[in-house]
Ligand binder design. Structure first.
Ligand code: KIV
Ligand code: NA
Length: 264
């Protein structure tokens, strides 16, 4: 099996073949996703929610994310590992973005970075790609801007479609190798996908994107509580793990575990 490179994703788009991306935040899950053949893993700043328990992605820092990247890189040697740059670590200037992205590459071992924004971060994307850092852009609903976007809502409806198309073109022209579109009407996302030469990765953006991404805890129902409309649950790991923990504890209390077969 070959290591996924950004060029391979470009070839898949040219061949009309779809691919799946998942988030990962540690060695053990990265190994499983590697074994499942997932070509691209994202160490998302969604770690803020699913690893650190923050309400939004706004508080999480590079210092909190970089150690997670190291674990994922060790667990998935064939996956292209993309690391999210967190809020406040890149927007200020292209130079700040380069400094932070460099940390994720050198200290974390990431092979690409992702950042949120369209036209407003085009100069940042150009500097990074010029410096040898592949960049995945992220447009539509961008969770780091939840406070200006008016909550978790679909982006690009009505007049806002022009803005989204302009953002998509801007990140492609700046040199991004791919672009995530989050919570965008399916028809618009399909139009952008056909317009761009780089692969689009949808999350709540319909079936016409070149690829799809989900937070793995959503995909496998590892978390409890309600999930977004765009999530499909492919397993019920949360229920399984809760039950395993409860059964283990009950067997210890009852003296059933450990049995003779577990003893020396
Ligand atoms: O942080 C994240 O998990 C993401 C994906 C859902 C695209 O940005
Ligand atoms: Na993210």
């Amino acid at each position: 099996r070959r290591k996924t490179r950004v060029q391979h994703l470009q070839q898949l788009k040219a061949a009309g073949e779809k691919w799946a991306m998942l988030t990962a935040y540690d060695y053990s899950t990265a190994r499983l996703f590697e074994e499942a053949g997932i070509p691209v893993l994202l160490v998302g700043d969604s770690a803020a929610n699913v690893v650190y328990g923050y309400d939004t992605t706004v508080p999480v820092t590079a210092d909190e994310l970089i150690p997670l990247v190291r674990g994922v890189v060790r667990g998935a040697p064939h996956a292209l590992v993309v690391a999210d740059l967190p809020f406040g670590s890149y927007e200020g200037s292209p130079e700040l973005a380069l400094a932070t992205a460099t940390r994720f590459m050198k200290e974390g071992g990431a092979q690409a970075v992702k950042l949120e924004g369209g036209e407003r971060v085009a100069d940042h994307i150009a500097l990074l790609t010029g410096a040898g850092i592949p960049v995945m852009a992220h447009i539509g609903f961008t969770p780091q801007s939840v406070n200006t976007l008016g909550g978790f809502r679909v982006q690009g409806r009505g007049d806002a479609a022009e803005r989204l198309i302009a953002d998509a073109i801007a990140v492609e022209e700046a040199g991004a190798f791919s672009v995530v579109m989050e919570m965008v009407p399916a028809e618009l996302a399909g139009m952008v996908t056909r317009k761009l030469t780089i692969p689009t990765v949808g999350i709540g953006a319909g079936a016409d994107c070149d690829a799809q991404v989900l937070v793995w805890q959503d995909m496998a129902a590892y978390t409890s509580g309600k999930t977004a409309k765009f999530v499909k649950r492919f397993a019920r790991l949360g229920d399984d793990l809760r039950e395993a923990a409860a059964t283990y504890a009950a067997e210890v209390r009852q003296g059933v575990f450990p049995g003779p077969e577990h003893s020396f």
